[in-house]
Ligand binder design. Sequence first.
Ligand code: PAF
Length: 281
Amino acid sequence: MRIYRSKRFLQAYLKRLPLENKVGFVPTMGALHDGHLSLVKNAKNSCNTVVASIFVNPTQFDRKEDLDQYPSTLEADLKALQKAGCDVVFIPTVKEMYQNQIVSEDFDFDGLDQVMEGAHRKGHFAGVGTIVKRLFEIVKPHEAFFGEKDFQQLQIIKKMVDKEQIPIKIIGNPIYREADGLAMSSRNVRLTPAQRKAAPFIYQTLLKAQKLFKLHDIEEVEGFVVQSFKAQKLLELEYFSMADETTLLPINKKEKNKKYRGFIAVFAGPVRLIDNIELNF
Ligand code: PAF
């Protein structure tokens, strides 16, 4: 596995690959778990060369504490990437990606960034768009792989690629969960043992909401979720939204041929956890 810290050297290497070589890309912020590694494995199944990046992107964090506390496990990450079949890892510095201007570009995501994560984390998706676009410009992959845990991010990246006519196929992969249902996240290692024990309640509640959605009004499902979290001492509900998968807008009235998802964000102490679930399938 090749490791590059400079975009110039990475690009020089990628340019030498045969033209028919299909390149798959898995952007990450490190602290890798099995969910990330499944993206690498899927990329390996469909592409000849898999490039992963490890870069904790400062412009997508709205809380300095979250950025400062973001876990870093580089040595273990590199071992795991190699084992999963990754061919090339790009680990740039902030200077390499932003020079001296650590700011986001402006994007028009047709409102996809105005709800849920976008509404609660100011500037988050402009930061994600900025870094993903820059990484795409450097790696120029044929396909790029993202987890559905960040479903809103996935839709926003699809929108960006579409609007800016970037010739990359964006592939979403299902959420990877721990045995007790907690969605895998790099942030999980920051949970105290008690918070970790409480956290599977998030997915359990989503499963119940999924069941209720079939027979009950939207308000009733929402009321159930809000009420359920009131009894939780270690988990604080930030939002629960039932939304159209494509527009991400909250559902007003259930319509037949539309796909809906429930999206949730919860604080366990200072650690913010998100998850989502299909509501009609
Ligand atoms: O999902 C992530 O880990 C990040 O948002 C990404 C896509 C690597 C951009 O920094």
